[in-house]
Design a protein around this ligand. Structure first.
Ligand SMILES: [Zn+2]
Length: 337
């Protein structure tokens, strides 16, 4: 069995009328869907959106420091700026791509207040969304750092297969601080317990979370895999692709234009997302597996669509993420001529 792709038939409904209470997010589904081949690097979009959220709340932290009332992480997440910015992040995401998770999921490791192995409702919860967005932000940043891509293009890539385990233990890498998320297990727990160096800054007589954290490469890899495994377990499964009756296009979609061409049946195992989370973590898995031999570049309409595309060389690149982007730009070109 060789799994080489995500179920090409999978799509996900976007959201309308998103409403946020203290704990829950409610919405109505639209007929508009998120289509995988138009969003081949959606994990990176969520990473950047969470990064924007962190940036937008920086001034609050600064303000609190001046007042000498630096709150801890939990207090920060409850403060007004956080609540407003968090609301914006969630509503924008739901409208553009849909909810991450719906339904139920197994409890997370070390989760308090939930009986072991019991399932808890994760349907549209604010804390679950923020925890996951934070995990995506941290994991993708670490993978980018290891691969020397994205914001870390100036850093040398690390080749896991060529790095001996002894070397990896002493190879210290600076990455974003997982304490800036509201995750309480894995890397975030380790940072809070004082593993690694530099996670705490002294401001006056206050301790605050530093933007960065220095830890050995082997620990980073362990935590990244721990997060990925957990989310894959909750949100994905294996299945058989529908047997081929119509030839599929390069994205794996059945192409009606080929309906008259004869083709033999072919059996293919694919990884299937249960929800948008599953799709995002499968993309992260792809980046983990291919690092450092994977890279991304922006769609030519990136300023409007925020999508990156997968590519490792300048040759035979797609220019646009979707027909919508290609058409928008055609229109703009005509107007400027
Ligand atoms: Zn685009």
């Amino acid at each position: 069995m060789q799994v080489t792709r995500i179920n090409p038939e999978w799509i996900w409904n976007r959201a309308l009328r998103v409403n946020i209470t203290d704990t829950y997010i409610s919405h109505t589904s639209t007929d508009k869907t998120t289509i995988p081949h138009e969003k081949p690097a959606l994990h990176r979009t969520l990473m950047r959106e969470f990064e924007k959220f962190l940036k937008s709340t920086e001034s609050t932290i600064f303000h609190e420091i001046i007042k000498g009332t630096t709150p801890d992480n939990h207090a920060l997440y409850a403060s007004k700026t956080f609540v407003t910015q968090r609301k914006k992040l969630i509503i924008d995401w739901y409208n553009a791509y849909g909810p991450l998770q719906v339904g139920f999921a197994a409890k997370l490791p070390n989760e308090i207040g939930v009986t072991r192995d019991k399932e808890r409702p994760r349907r549209n919860r604010i804390d679950v969304f923020m925890e996951e967005a934070g995990a995506v932000w941290w994991v993708v940043n670490v993978l980018d750092r290891i691969g020397g891509i994205g914001a870390y293009r100036d850093c040398l890539a690390i080749k896991p297969k060529e790095t001996s385990v002894t070397t990896a233990n002493s190879l210290t890498i600076e990455v974003p601080n997982p304490m800036l998320t509201n995750i309480n297990w894995g890397a975030a727990e380790a940072a809070r317990k004082g593993e690694g160096v530099g996670q705490i800054l002294q401001e006056g007589n206050k301790n605050i979370a530093s933007p960065t954290w220095q830890v050995p490469y082997s620990s980073l890899l362990k935590w990244v895999i721990e997060y990925i495994n957990q989310y894959l377990k909750e949100n994905t499964y294996f299945t058989n692709e529908n047997p081929w009756d119509v030839t599929r296009n390069s994205f794996g979609k059945k192409d009606i234009a080929n309906a008259n061409k004869t083709t033999g049946h072919r059996i293919t195992t694919v990884a299937a997302p249960r929800n948008l989370s599953g799709y995002i973590w499968l993309l992260i898995q792809q980046q983990l597996e291919k690092t450092p031999n994977i890279d991304y570049y922006p769609c030519r309409n990136f300023e409007n669509c925020a999508q990156e595309l997968v590519g490792t060389s300048a040759i035979s690149r797609r220019k646009w993420c979707s027909d919508a982007c290609r058409l928008t730009s055609d229109r703009e070109n005509k107007q400027t001529k």
